[in-house]
Design a protein around this ligand. Structure first.
Ligand code: PBG
Length: 327
């Protein structure tokens, strides 16, 4: 049959298919989130996230070593403190759990790139991401705390900070605090576009950070909105963000593509705990093939435009890249 254009021509062999790929990935774009808990000898598997653990500081280096061997050079730490209080004081304590994690990680693995999640919900007794005024999270009061948390993490060795609280003005507040203390070149990766999402469920089990009452809808975004993502991102650009994050990833690739188009900063996506749990759960039941689903979901984020990808599957994805399965 006479046909000038045959799309199948470029799919005839593996080498050619790889040659004409539109999406390329690299291990340096992967960031692995980790839970660090007070205590000793702990490597507790998280029930809703099989294969993910809460590590005590003494066990953490073994996990970091494995990660580096897999070729993943960047981590984000989440701290699980022993005690929580109304103002989340464990989040900015000099000997807080996450501060200890940064010191230990940077002393044993100086080349590991360490990012700090800046939020209060793992440290407050009420589980909200800020300081309460009655049952409402007080935006402006919270800003002083977030700035203090960021400074304490950077002083402990964090290479970059990532505010995930969704208070208005927090990027500016953190930037001023870091600058005033001489940390002019510590980048801020803003969770600028963070939706109020049920996909965070397993994380809240892992970190014990579910709100004691109400929900996070008065600060995290409504998932019906996508133009609002641009408003949030532009505000953070003005306040001095260096990287813009969209979270969750999988159900928000439309938002990600739009942010990539309109915002001229590197764009990150966080494939969150619920995305991980769904893949693990379905695969363990034999409903889908785990490796293939991990590859396909990861590539879809990069195809949508992501420059950096935060994922609990980072070591697996790195291995699939080495095998030439994706990348
Ligand atoms: C802290 C924070 C959360 C996540 C990252 N930072 C939880 C939340 O907002 O409730 C979620 C990450 C995940 O689900 O993997 N605010």
């Amino acid at each position: 049959m006479k046909m000038n254009i045959r799309p199948r021509r470029l799919r005839t062999g593996a080498y050619l298919r790889k040659m004409v790929r539109e999406t390329r990935m690299d291990k340096s774009s992967l960031i692995y989130p980790m839970f660090i808990k007070e205590g000793a000898g702990l490597e507790e598997e998280i029930p809703t996230m099989p294969g993910q653990y809460r590590y005590s500081i003494d066990r953490m280096p073994y996990a970091l070593e494995k990660l580096q061997k897999a070729g993943v050079g960047s981590v984000m730490f989440f701290g699980i403190p022993e005690h929580k209080d109304a103002c989340g004081s464990g989040a900015y304590a000099e000997d807080g759990i996450v501060q200890k994690a940064f010191r230990e990680a940077k002393s044993k693995f100086p080349d590991l790139y360490c990012i700090g999640d800046i939020c209060m919900c793992e440290y407050t007794s009420h589980g909200h991401c800020g300081i309460l005024n009655g049952e409402y999270v007080d935006n402006d009061k919270t800003l002083d705390y977030l700035a203090k948390i960021a400074l304490s993490q950077v002083q402990a060795g964090a290479d970059m900070v990532a505010p995930s609280d969704m208070m208005d003005g927090r990027v500016g507040a953190i930037r001023s605090m870091l600058d005033a203390n001489g940390f002019l070149e510590t980048p801020i990766m803003s969770y600028a576009v963070k939706y109020a999402s049920a996909f965070y469920g397993p994380f809240r089990d892992a970190a014990g950070s579910a709100p004691a009452f109400g929900d996070r809808k008065s600060y995290q975004m409504d998932f019906h909105n996508s133009r609002e993502a641009i408003k949030e991102a532009l505000l953070d650009v003005e306040e001095g963000a260096d990287i813009i994050m969209v979270k969750p990833a999988m159900s928000y690739l439309d938002v990600l593509a739009k942010v990539k188009e309109e915002i001229h900063l590197p764009v990150a996506a966080y494939s969150v705990s619920g995305e991980y749990a769904m893949i693990k759960g379905a695969a363990s039941l034999g409903y889908v093939d785990e490796a293939s689903i991990i590859c396909e979901t990861a590539v879809s984020a990069y195809r949508a435009g992501v420059d950096m990808y935060l994922t609990y599957f980072a070591p697996e994805i790195a291995a699939f890249m080495d095998e030439g399965r994706i990348g």
